[in-house]
Write a protein of this length. Structure first.
Length: 255
């Protein structure tokens, strides 16, 4: 997990600003993104900066609104708590829209949609058309995601949770779990550019269905209404090239 520590100089500057009563920049928007969700949000090892499709989309939309985006690395499981406590103003990550999350936070109009994907070892002998086929198996998934609920609803009882899909795939390759279930685009990207593990994604598998990927803000946030205003106009068309640049075909999921 990657975190940032405030420097002594930074703390001193913050104290000085507080003492002088310097007003906060009303155009500044703090955007939280997880470091392990390639290609949606991740830390580029060459620059140590957040990047990815959702990061680019959030930056593009907020700049179109005349705002100054500031990105912060937040573990996936900490994104909603950070938003609700005011540490960040917006979430730009691979966090799907679900009824449980809608009870807590607000979602923009969708910018993409996708379903869960499955990975198993190359020596696996079963056929896995759906989640019900995983009931006898030890299955890994990412903590705090919709995929945990989907596995439980399908009757899968041996579920191990992970902070990131890379760790989950590593344990799968070493035989600590029998299958890995998570974000289909992220699993495909890791298997394409990551370590050469002896695992694959069964072609016959179909997840429960695509769910919407949106930007997320606090309920009733004026920022969310402004973003929706952009997405209701020409900005929506400008998202397609961003998705394509990250290997995400709009025709497959852009809602």
């Amino acid at each position: 997990m990657i975190t940032r520590r405030a420097t002594v100089a930074g703390l001193g500057a913050a104290l000085v600003a507080g003492c002088t009563g310097a007003p906060a920049d009303p155009r500044r928007v703090v955007i939280g993104a997880s470091p392990t969700g390639v290609p949606f949000s991740y830390v580029d090892p060459d620059t140590n900066q957040l990047t990815g499709a959702m990061v680019d989309i959030a930056a593009q939309l907020t700049r179109q609104l005349g705002l100054h985006p500031e990105f912060r690395i937040v573990p996936f499981s900490g994104l909603v708590p950070s938003l609700m406590t005011g540490r960040i103003d917006l979430i730009a990550a691979a966090m799907l829209r679900t009824p449980a999350r809608e009870a807590l936070v607000g979602f923009s109009a969708p910018v993409f949609a996708y379903a869960g994907g499955l990975a198993v070892r190359n020596d696996a002998r079963g056929v896995y058309p759906d989640l019900a086929a995983l009931r006898p198996l030890r299955v890994g998934t990412q903590i705090g995601t919709r995929f945990v609920d989907q596995l439980r609803e399908a009757g899968v009882n041996q579920v191990s949770t992970y902070q990131g899909l890379g760790d989950m795939l590593r344990d799968l390759s070493h035989g600590r779990i029998d299958a890995a279930y998570g974000d289909d685009p992220i699993l495909r990207m890791i298997l394409r550019i990551g370590p050469r593990w002896a695992v694959h994604m069964p072609a016959e598998f179909h997840g429960p269905g695509k769910e919407q990927l949106c930007l997320i803000a606090r309920k009733g946030s004026p920022l969310l209404a402004r973003i929706d205003g952009e997405l209701g106009g020409p900005a929506l068309g400008r998202i397609a090239p961003v998705l394509k640049r990250w290997g995400l075909e709009p025709s497959e999921g852009h809602a």
